[in-house]
Write a protein that binds this ligand. Structure first.
Ligand SMILES: Nc1ncnc2c1ncn2[C@@H]1O[C@H](COP(=O)(O)OP(=O)(O)O)[C@@H](O)[C@H]1O
Ligand SMILES: [Mg+2]
Length: 366
């Protein structure tokens, strides 16, 4: 495993389980360790247990089973305000009756800092998010993006080593979201803080994170850097959840080392793949192929197989072409090609051969 040893980890979850009702586990067996300074994102569909994990780390919920450690110390019995953790939520959660400066002053007063120290730290934190000019305003006098910047400044003002963010950009429009994504990652790396970030937006997760933990059904399905997650998904859920993905169902007919041949259910044709979650000839599998890795009329060498396909739709998207095909009886197979001068533009009804390098196709769980 590429994981840090939990003994040296800054944040560690060890065999953590959580049940709210004493019956159903919403977090099932969570193991995670993060080195200091890492930006880790928990990504997953709604209800997969992301917020629950964040709340346990923050101290607002207790683990039903297992251990959570911060900087080597078990934090199960340390109250939230003593954990030194900054938090940012989706709905800003600023105090409406206080000015921006008073909002930032609050976490410092709680920690017993004197006025001049507070003023210095507030000035600095507002500077980080370029909001010094707004110190005297109340939240209602700020736009959504400005409020979220203040929420960020308030989480950073007491210089925590760990900051937790739960869908902090979810309420903002696309453009603002993208510029704040950039600001947050830059700030985190500049300050050297460790961040656990929660989102259900895969693009956000891929662009911001050092590593991404993909959640489903209370478990981490895969924990890896963005490129590894996209290029080497370990199961069908991850392949389908991250990026665009083509799937084909079939049965393994040959298996040797790092290659297998799969006979497709829909057409009986055979194609090459990397065996990931298959162990023997006869195993059922779901093949996963990224749309940009498929080649038309491929010239792949004598041992490679190709498939017959019929063009159903050709979409001109400017920088890329999207071609939808019928492959092995399925109508949803998508191929993305770059708009180059010599790139073929196919027409609906055309019959073509498609194929790929075996290493670009993964035989996953059925
Ligand atoms: N306070 C709570 N009491 C009971 N069940 C809860 C509570 N908070 C969350 N849950 C349930 O736990 C599961 C995981 O929720 P959550 O951690 O909020 O997921 P996510 O943040 O990934 O959407 C869901 O089924 C949710 O309904
Ligand atoms: Mg949530």
């Amino acid at each position: 495993m590429a994981d840090t040893d939990t003994k040296d980890a800054f944040v560690a979850f060890e065999r953590v389980q959580k049940s709210y009702d004493g019956e159903n586990l919403v977090v099932k067996d969570l193991n995670l360790s993060m080195p200091k300074g890492e930006f880790l994102t928990m990504l997953g569909p709604s209800g997969s247990g992301k917020t629950t994990c964040l709340m346990m780390l923050a101290g607002f919920e207790t683990a039903t089973h297992g251990d959570i450690r911060l900087d080597g110390k078990s934090i199960n019995n340390i109250p939230p305000h003593k954990r030194g953790i900054g938090m940012v939520f989706q709905n800003y959660a600023l105090f409406p009756h206080m000015t921006v400066a008073e909002n930032l002053s609050f976490p410092l007063e709680v920690r017993g800092m004197n006025k001049s120290t507070r003023e210095q730290k507030i000035e600095r934190a507002l500077g980080m998010v370029q909001m010094n000019a707004f110190a005297g305003r109340r939240p209602a006098q700020l736009s959504g993006g400005q409020q979220q910047r203040i929420a960020l400044a308030r989480a950073l003002v007491f210089e925590p080593e760990l900051v937790l963010m739960d869908e902090p950009l979810g309420a903002l429009d696309k453009q603002l979201r993208e510029s704040l994504q950039f600001e947050i990652t830059n700030l985190a790396h500049e300050l050297g803080i460790t961040v656990v970030y929660v989102t259900h937006d895969q693009t956000e997760a891929l662009t911001m994170s050092d590593r991404v933990a993909v959640f489903d059904d209370g478990r981490i399905q895969q924990l890896a850097p963005p490129d590894e997650l996209y290029e080497q998904p370990q199961n069908s859920f991850v392949a389908q959840f991250i990026g665009e993905n083509n799937t084909l169902q079939g049965t393994v007919t040959k298996l040797s080392g790092k290659r297998c041949v799969v006979k497709l259910d829909g057409s009986g044709e055979e194609i090459d793949a990397v065996p990931v979650n298959v162990n023997a000839v006869g195993d059922k599998t779901t093949l996963s192929i990224r749309p940009e890795r498929v080649e038309f009329n491929p010239n792949l060498g004598p041992e490679s197989h190709t498939l017959n396909a019929e063009v159903l739709e050709f979409i001109y998207m400017g920088d890329v072409f999207r071609t939808r095909l019928r492959v092995a009886g399925k109508d949803d197979f998508v191929v993305k090609t770059r708009n180059r001068a010599d790139q073929v533009r196919l027409t609906p009804g055309e019959k073509v051969k498609i194929g790929w390098l075996p290493e670009d196709c993964r035989a996953l769980d059925a």
